[in-house]
Ligand binder design. Sequence first.
Ligand SMILES: NC(=O)c1ccc[n+]([C@@H]2O[C@H](COP(=O)([O-])OP(=O)(O)OC[C@H]3O[C@@H](n4cnc5c(N)ncnc54)[C@H](OP(=O)(O)O)[C@@H]3O)[C@@H](O)[C@H]2O)c1
Length: 267
Amino acid sequence: MSVSLDLTERRVLVVGASSGLGREIGRIAARAGARVAFAARRRERLDEAVREAGGGAIAVGCDVTREPDCARAVAEAVDALGGLDAFVYVAGMSPLAMLAEADADEWRTALDTNLVGAALIAREAIPHLARSHGRGLFISSYSVRECMPGLALYRVSKVGLDALIECLRSEHPDVDLTRVVVGNTGGTEFGLGWDPERTQAIMDLWRERNVFPNDTTMPVDVCAEAIVSVLAVRGYVDDIAIMSRATDLSLDESLEQKQAAGGDGGA
Ligand SMILES: NC(=O)c1ccc[n+]([C@@H]2O[C@H](COP(=O)([O-])OP(=O)(O)OC[C@H]3O[C@@H](n4cnc5c(N)ncnc54)[C@H](OP(=O)(O)O)[C@@H]3O)[C@@H](O)[C@H]2O)c1
């Protein structure tokens, strides 16, 4: 029996939708019939995504580290779509820094983007979801499961995100809130801008200390499709984990591909 995703007329806000997983989530949701608001900072990327998605999609400029942007993004999406059935909080970044080097700006950027932004978007969106019996999804990471040298700021922010989801559930039992743990995913811009030499040195350290849960990366569309499937089910999904297979592209191959474009392997 084949099952196809049907999101006809569902109104979905994807925050962090200008590249990688978020863009793919928006694209797949739109293909399944949803009307999608693509939100992030890079407007030209959002416009491209909207053109590709068609079907009443809109672009919403939003820097989640700015509180007024979060309120405006949700309000714009609600106005344009006529309400909200779901949001997916995908916005995320990671400095690559050992704790001995990390400065306050790096800490604040990681926490503001991965944790505080999620809390602000949830604060604004949840009243609309309560009216529509909707759901909110948050993208967490497999890196919450163990410490990896160089990714402490990221891990702390994602562990905080996991705690935020639990707290939101306790205050909003009328809205379905899902934590999506994601494994290594290729074809995204995560880590773009990391210094290649430092990246290689830290990845060697990970291997030496055997802190890789696995050494492969899954395709971005495969991961995004699994995430969108949560939007299509009737049941309540509290936690879900989407991981790469041992037979997927190796992290080294993925790294080579990304470094050709100027980035890293994933987290
Ligand atoms: N790739 C992996 O291996 C992996 C593994 C586990 C979890 N994840 C998680 O998956 C999510 C998506 O990552 P990705 O791999 O798809 O990376 P990506 O291609 O770099 O996408 C990150 C998205 O977040 C947005 N974003 C970053 N800072 C923002 C800000 N201040 N305001 C608004 N939007 C912001 C970016 O848009 P703008 O720059 O245009 O604002 C972009 O759309 C992240 O939460 C990441 O932690 C990724």
